[in-house]
Design a protein around this ligand. Structure first.
Ligand SMILES: [Zn+2]
Ligand SMILES: [Zn+2]
Length: 338
C-alpha cells in the first residue's frame, strides 16, 4: 500500500506524490492556495497555484510571486495525482481543493460557507472519501440568520443613526466580508471606505464582481461633507484619529463572533451584526454529509468537540494541527462562551 495521499507536516498539508503543499504556513517550493486571506496565502513560496479569481488579490498582497491561475473544475495532473479547484463560497475566488489518485479522492475545504452570499462563487459539495474541513464555528450554538435578515438589521441601524445625525462605522475584514456587506446595504447613499477596504474592493470590481460604488476616505471627507454616512473600515481603524473625523458615530462589528455577547462587550461594540463567511453548525454538518466522506479531519476552530461529535455520527475523525486563523478564525475563550 502506498503512502497516504495527503499528510500533515509542520509546513502544512502535503501531497508527496504531487510534490506540493496546500496553504502551507512555511516557505515551500510549490503551494496550492485555497484563497487570499493572509493565513492561507503566505509569502515566500517558490510557485503558487490558485483560481484565476483569487489571483489578483493574492498578487496585490504578496507582490512579486511566481503564480498561476486555474479555472474552477479544470483538472490538472501534478506528479502522480490529479488536482482541481471547486467553489468554497467563502470569499470571491475561494476554493476547495480536490486531490485524486486512482479511485481515491481527498478534498481540502479551506474556509467555506454554504449560504450563497450573492457575491462569492457558491459552495459546491465535492464527493470524496476523505474530507479535511475547517470548523471555526463548530459548536451547536453557532447558527446564522439568513443574509436577508441581517441586511434588514444593517439598513435599520444605518437609518436610525443617520436620523440622529450620527455616522455609522462598520468594522469588517477587508477581503470578502467588506464587499459582501456592501452588496447587502440599501442604496441609501454613498458607502465610504477605508483605504485598506477600498484597495481590495477596486481589484474585485475590476475583475467584474458586481459591487456598488464606493468613495475612499481621503483628506476633506468627513462628517460635514458626508453627514450620516456609512463607512466600512477594518476593525483596527476604530478608535483611531482616522475614525474620529466623522464626529459622533456608532460603531459596529460584523462577524460570526458577535454571536458571543462576552466578545462584543469586551471589545466595546454596542452593536454587533452576526454574519460570517464561515459555515455555522448546520452548515458544517450539511457540507460534510454532502461529500459522502467516511473520514473527516478537522482544522481550525472547535476541533476537539467537533471531532467527538463526528465520531458519534459514525465518521472516522481526526484533528489536524494547522496555523490557520486570521480572518475570523480565532477561537473564543471559555469565558466568551459563558
Ligand atoms: Zn479565510
Ligand atoms: Zn482560515
Amino acid at each position: 500500500m502506498s503512502a497516504q495521499l495527503l499528510s500533515f507536516t509542520d509546513r502544512g498539508i502535503y501531497c508527496a506524490e504531487g510534490g506540493f503543499y496546500i496553504d502551507p504556513w512555511r516557505p515551500v517550493d510549490r503551494a496550492l492556495i485555497t484563497h487570499g486571506h493572509s493565513d492561507h496565502a503566505r509569502w515566500g513560496h517558490g510557485h503558487y497555484l490558485c483560481t484565476h479569481q483569487a489571483l489578483p488579490v493574492i498578487r496585490h498582497r504578496l507582490g512579486q510571486i511566481t503564480a498561476e491561475g486555474i479555472g474552477y473544475g479544470e483538472t490538472r495532473q501534478i506528479g502522480g495525482v490529479e488536482v482541481s479547484f471547486h467553489p468554497a463560497g467563502h470569499v470571491p475566488g475561494s476554493a476547495q481543493i480536490r486531490v485524486a489518485r486512482g479511485g481515491e479522492v481527498w478534498v481540502v475545504s479551506g474556509d467555506y460557507k454554504v449560504e450563497d452570499d450573492g457575491l462569492s462563487e457558491p459552495f459546491v459539495p465535492v464527493p470524496c472519501h476523505t474530507f479535511i474541513s475547517e470548523c471555526t464555528f463548530g459548536l451547536p450554538l453557532f447558527r446564522w440568520q439568513p443574509q436577508a435578515v441581517v441586511a434588514a438589521q444593517l439598513a435599520a441601524w444605518w437609518q436610525a443613526n443617520a436620523a440622529e445625525g450620527r455616522a455609522s462605522i462598520l468594522a469588517a475584514y477587508g477581503l470578502g466580508k467588506a464587499q459582501r456587506l456592501m452588496t447587502m446595504l440599501p442604496e441609501a447613499g454613498p458607502i465610504l471606505t477605508h483605504g485598506a477596504v477600498e484597495e481590495t474592493t477596486r481589484i474585485l470590481r475590476d475583475q467584474g464582481y458586481r459591487l456598488p460604488p464606493t468613495i475612499r476616505v481621503t483628506a476633506g471627507i468627513d462628517a460635514k461633507s458626508h453627514p450620516g454616512a456609512l463607512i466600512i473600515a477594518p476593525p483596527s481603524a476604530l478608535g483611531t484619529p482616522w475614525a474620529r473625523r466623522f464626529g459622533p458615530a456608532s460603531a459596529a462589528f460584523a462577524s460570526g463572533w458577535m454571536a458571543l455577547r462576552g466578545i462584543r462587550r469586551r471589545r466595546g461594540f454596542g452593536t454587533g451584526f452576526v454574519i460570517s463567511d464561515h459555515a455555522d453548525w448546520p452548515g458544517l454538518n450539511t457540507a460534510i454529509h454532502a461529500t459522502g466522506a467516511e473520514r473527516v479531519f478537522v482544522t481550525h476552530g472547535y476541533t476537539t468537540p467537533f471531532r467527538r461529535w463526528l465520531e458519534e455520527q459514525g465518521y472516522e475523525a481526526g484533528i489536524v494541527q494547522t496555523e490557520f486563523g486570521g480572518d475570523e478564525a480565532e477561537t473564543a475563550s471559555e469565558a466568551d462562551l459563558a
